[in-house]
Ligand binder design. Structure first.
Ligand code: FAD
Length: 397
């Protein structure tokens, strides 16, 4: 069960100059909506479907696609994505997951799809009537995407896919998968092409679920002589690696925002608990040691927030002006992702410590946050990968 949230954190961050009127309007509607939703999340697959349906009915999935395909704003707007993910993750990391995957799973179609592909998939994604997934990783190709082994071979009318993808979020419940496969096995990252594969395509097996410490729909996909039409090709031949990276670039700052939401929730739980827990004749919050910890947690969160909003603003600004970015957008997103996920892990750990035994009791909010945050430091580029992106940018000057 999604547990009732303590009072939401202050919304003063919305007054920061990163946000404009459209973001204020979004936040004003979203905050009460998110606080009013309760879903039994014991069955993660059923809960995820339910969240997608509710997020679609609420109009929030319209922020996961561009205006030309039924989206709320003209383009995928990083600041809107950030506000949505931060707020949803504060209330339910699974709701955030359901939202994020609609965007990530269809992002490559937004960026490179034909008008027909836009019409067939994006409108349904915005309504919540089709569930999306992004299938890049393989057992031997995680951080090292170029090592992927999955093959796509041309046939007279289309493509034949053979191989395996793993760690695929929404695997088993998705209606379609954006799949990346080698079309030129000697070409390294320049030999990869993207395809849209409908879940019902013969030769695609999505039945192997993967159980993880913070349950959400996740599967290994097997492709055995899985034939898709020529129209399933997404973007340029052998342009798949760039397309995958451009898609991940849009969503990287939003992973930071999800971590921020979880970190803010942990701080709110820690404040509430420390004010109520009595020991040695006073409350836990009366101890200076507690106040120092809360101060550190708040600073860790605010520093992550500023990096996250900056990264989102930089990307939107560069897109809107159609001009070279002010600074390195990718490095800013990498900094945000690295700091927000690492800081949130630290904050949640500190909040758990303040809860004493309750912090490790299965079913408490802090216990689930402790599990929920962990994979954010691994997926969409592990912390070490972000360090390298930032390091290279610094060396470039
Ligand atoms: C919950 C979850 C959901 C996921 N969802 C999806 C999805 O929807 N679609 C998808 O395609 N993939 C998904 N993934 C896969 C994810 O992107 C990979 O797990 C990630 O890229 C890391 O790959 P790997 O697990 O193979 O680890 P490896 O690549 O083996 O890396 C292991 C560790 O090595 C370290 N490392 C990596 N690179 C370097 C380096 N250059 N120098 C030093 N150390 C390094 C890091 O600490 C890293 O964690 C998901 C993963 C998880 C855990």
């Amino acid at each position: 069960m999604m547990t009732k949230a303590p009072a939401p954190p202050s919304t003063t961050h919305l007054a920061l100059p990163f946000f404009d009127a459209a973001h204020h309007e979004l936040a004003e509607g979203l905050l009460p909506w998110a606080a009013s939703q309760e879903i039994d999340e014991h069955d993660d697959r059923a809960a995820c479907r339910d969240w997608v349906q509710r997020l679609g009915a609420g109009g929030w999935l319209r922020y996961a696609v561009p205006g030309s395909s039924g989206g709320a704003l003209e383009r995928l707007d990083s600041r809107a994505l950030v506000l949505l993910r931060e707020t949803l993750a504060f209330h339910s990391p699974l709701a955030d997951f359901a939202f994020a995957m609609q965007g990530l799973g269809s992002g490559a179609i937004t960026l490179a799809g034909t008008p027909d592909q836009h019409a067939n998939y994006l409108t349904a994604v915005a309504k919540g009537s089709k569930i999306a997934a992004f299938a890049l990783s393989e057992p031997e190709a995680g951080s090292d995407v170029g090592a992927m082994a999955m093959r796509a071979e041309a046939t007279p009318d289309g493509w034949k896919l053979n191989g395996e993808k793993t760690w695929i979020s929404n695997g088993g419940i998705a209606d379609f998968y954006c799949v990346f496969a080698k079309t030129d096995p000697t070409g390294g990252t320049r030999g990869i092409t993207a395809f849209i594969v409908d879940a019902t395509t013969p030769g695609l097996d999505t039945s192997e679920h993967i159980d993880v410490m913070a349950p959400h729909p996740l599967a290994t996909l097997r492709f055995e002589n899985c034939v898709v039409p020529r129209t399933a090709q997404l973007g340029e031949l052998n342009g798949g690696f760039k397309l995958a990276m451009r898609t991940l670039d849009i969503f990287r700052a939003s992973v930071a925002a999800a971590a921020l939401g979880m970190g803010r929730r942990a701080l709110a739980e820690a404040i509430s608990h420390s004010k109520n827990r009595r020991m040695f004749g006073q409350t836990l919050a009366d101890f200076q040691l507690t106040q120092a910890k809360l101060g550190e947690m708040a600073a860790l969160i605010d520093s992550a927030a500023l990096l996250t909003y900056r990264a989102a603003w930089m990307r939107d600004d560069a897109e809107q002006r159609g001009a070279p970015a002010v600074g390195d957008v990718s490095a800013a997103a990498a900094m945000a992702k690295m700091c927000a996920t690492e800081n949130a892990s630290r904050v949640i750990d500190m909040a758990l410590q303040m809860h004493g035994g309750l912090g490790v009791k299965v079913g408490t909010k802090i216990e689930s946050l402790y599990r929920d945050i962990r994979s954010l430091r691994i997926y969409e580029g592990a912390t070490e990968v972000q360090q390298l992106i930032i390091g290279k940018s610094v060396l470039r000057g």
